[in-house]
Design a protein around this ligand. Sequence first.
Ligand code: 8YV
Length: 324
Amino acid sequence: MANEKPDILIVGAAKPVIVEGLTPHGTIHHLADQQDGTAFVAPLAERIRGIALVQSGRRLTAEFMSLLPRLEIVSNFGVGYDTVDAAWAGQHGIMVTNTPDVLNEEVADTALGLLLCTVRELPQAERYVRAGKWVEKNYPLSQSLRDRTVGVVGMGRIGKAIGRRLEAFGVPVVYHSRHPQAGVAYKYYPDLVGMARDVDVLMVIVPGGAATKHLINAEVLAALGPNGILINMARGSVVDEEALIKALQDKTILTAGLDVFAKEPQVPQELLAMDHVVLFPHLGSGSIHTRKAMDQLTADNLVSWFAGKGPITPVPETPWPRKG
Ligand code: 8YV
């Protein structure tokens, strides 16, 4: 069976680069979000050896993966893989890959865009012009980046790319992460509340998942204070959204720029009602250029695996070569 063409399941969006990349190398099945996953895989369960998880509303749980006894690899579209129970996969010999690096610069660009939009009220000013209000009077003066220090929460690959941009903007940067990062000269805060107290902007760019759930809570927001701005480029789960709404309503913090939300694509009515917050539809990596690179890497991980060459970008829970 060594040369058998693998059966590969695409869960979520059947994007052309992924379908075309995989088709010569496997038999492709497509599970769309609206279909019943358990019923769909039942007749295929003994055959499926690979999964591409692509911008899906579905999570790959232990329960779902255990329906597929021959599953070898899950290739996740996106650097964030809170969508896959990678710890369970690792314990059961299933490889998990993601799409790191190819999106670093794009997400960092968007982070700076969101920061500037929020601080300088650029979307509101644009709406002002379109509403014909400029002819009546000038748009009011905004806040500035010039008198602010940014505390980056999470100094991974994208955090570093954001830091480089902020440096070029002449904005002081400090950071918080679980451990100090080698080769990073910015001041390190082991304590997030302590950092929030010292800065005027929190830029959140940590992975999602249980370890960071509600990391940004009422206490952190209170420490950020009435001049503080929260920018979330990470995952909705990282911010306690209820606490954030309350902090914005009570003016505990000044404002927020959000690319991600707890229950996407639903955005709480309370946030929609606030004109001073800036809301993006999770578009951090969403350019044609970068999404194509992510699509390609999603497919290439599977192609490489089934060619016997191992994964290209395994996640830390499923190291390669395998340990022990
Ligand atoms: C994607 C992302 O938009 O890579 C990530 O982790 O958040 C984004 O680049 C997302 O994965 C799409 O589902």
